[in-house]
Design a protein around this ligand. Structure first.
Ligand code: HEC
Ligand code: HEC
Length: 354
């Protein structure tokens, strides 16, 4: 047959398993623990992206994940309570979605988890929950698989990702998990500064020190705001559950983590969120009670109230207040602005493929 170029190879059936690994550049972040039974592939990530932006995922075909998790908002929602289908509001504000690969789950009561109250132990378990949640998308998985199977585009995408055109809950969860794991935000000005590529302005640098320095009401000269006490590490999130003094016991409408662990000591604890891209993700907190960053700073400065499971460190805030003056506040905000990663917020890899 010689070397006669065979035109058939160019038109090879596109509907076959495509195991091409997805190359994710994690830059200066440490290697996370990838799910061993769900390696990231080009085809899997692409399918996850289709599903994330798919309105058919909801019972009345009006709502995609992306409707409550908008990319330019760090995959969060402008609404205080994200309205699910038929405009029914859930009890909690949407969460930001970035660097989820580093939200490691440990077994045991006080490990990490997903949702404000940590009720999902793994990302895969998490992703199917909103689909079946009556308040969110209210779709039953059975009819969803039937619905998607009607589209050749999906049958092909499932085949490329998983080898056959069978559409089931596990495959949807795995594809969504792959896509969510690729949402890495680490190209903010702060990252560029860490890598020695840029310098911080005087105000940003003062804000950085306030953010990281310990709060010491007895030595106001050296006292910082100690945000890093809880918003720590490269993702500015401990991913632990904490109570930052939002409500006294008797005013607490949502007991958060306590509903999951059953432990009194977890009353009113919520997942400590990442502060990456925080300046674009208002409103803030599990119930979206703060409309802007000024209200957040007011809270930590002089608005916290004691409750039985409040982080003991917050008692200083309650007793003395942070004592931030207007210069401190604007410096702190200038620093928070350095956590904005515009590349991530507008990257076409995360936008709708439809
Ligand atoms: C109606 C709005 C809405 C829709 C639609 C929605 N979400 Fe969410 N999402 C939320 C809310 C609200 C929370 C927090 C819920 C809670 O803690 O009880 C959340 C939490 C999450 C979390 C947890 C993040 C963390 O750090 O723990 C992930 C992941 C997530 N959603 C992914 C998805 C995916 C994937 C879809 C589509 C299958 C989706 N969401 C659809 C509103 C929505
Ligand atoms: C004692 C631990 C602790 C300290 C100290 C702390 N935080 Fe928080 N922070 C939390 C927890 C826990 C939450 C989530 C609370 C909730 O929603 O119920 C949170 C939520 C936030 C949010 C909302 C993010 C979102 O996605 O809704 C912002 C913004 C924030 N903190 C900024 C700060 C700043 C700025 C400082 C320093 C002045 C600070 N935090 C100090 C624990 C802490």
């Amino acid at each position: 047959m010689g070397c006669n170029p065979d035109p058939v190879v160019d038109t090879i059936d596109p509907v076959v398993l495509d195991p091409t690994p997805f190359n994710l550049d994690i830059r200066h972040f440490p290697e996370p623990q990838w799910p061993e039974d769900n390696p990231l592939t080009e085809a899997g990530v692409q399918l996850g992206r289709m599903l994330f932006h798919e309105k058919r995922m909801s019972g009345d075909n009006t709502q995609a994940c992306a409707d409550c998790h908008a990319q330019q908002r760090n995959f969060s929602d402008v609404a205080v309570f994200s309205a699910g289908i038929q405009g029914i509001e859930g009890p909690r504000h949407s969460m930001v979605l970035s660097n989820l690969a580093w939200h490691v789950h440990h077994d045991g009561n006080h490990g990490h988890g997903f949702f404000w109250d940590g009720r999902a132990a793994t990302l895969r378990e998490q992703v199917l929950d909103p689909i079946e949640d009556g308040l969110e998308m209210d779709e039953d998985l059975e009819s969803l698989t039937v619905e998607l199977s009607a589209f050749e585009q999906y049958r092909h995408a499932f085949t490329r990702a998983f080898g056959t055109d069978e559409i089931n809950a596990e495959r949807m969860a795995k594809a969504l998990e792959q896509f969510l794991l690729t949402m890495v935000s680490n190209n903010s000005k702060y990252d560029q500064w860490l890598l020695g590529e840029t310098s911080l302005t005087e105000s940003e640098e003062r804000g950085r020190q306030l953010f990281f320095d310990e709060f010491d009401p007895f030595n106001p000269e050296v006292s910082g705001a100690d945000c890093a006490h809880c918003h720590s590490g490269l993702d500015f999130a401990s991913h632990q559950f904490g109570n930052n003094g939002l409500d006294a016991d008797e005013d607490m409408e949502d007991i958060g983590y306590m509903a999951v662990t059953g432990e009194d000591a977890d009353r009113g604890k919520f997942k400590t969120p990442s502060l990456r891209n925080v300046m674009v993700s208002a409103p803030y907190m599990h119930d979206g009670r703060f409309a802007n960053i000024d209200e957040v700073i007011d809270h930590y400065d002089h608005g916290a109230v004691s409750s039985t499971s409040m982080d003991p460190m917050m008692q200083y805030n309650v007793d003395y207040g942070l004592g931030l003056d207007s210069q401190d506040r604007s410096d702190l905000i200038a620093f928070l602005h350095t956590l904005t990663d515009s590349d991530f917020l507008s990257h076409p890899a995360f936008s709708s493929p439809h």
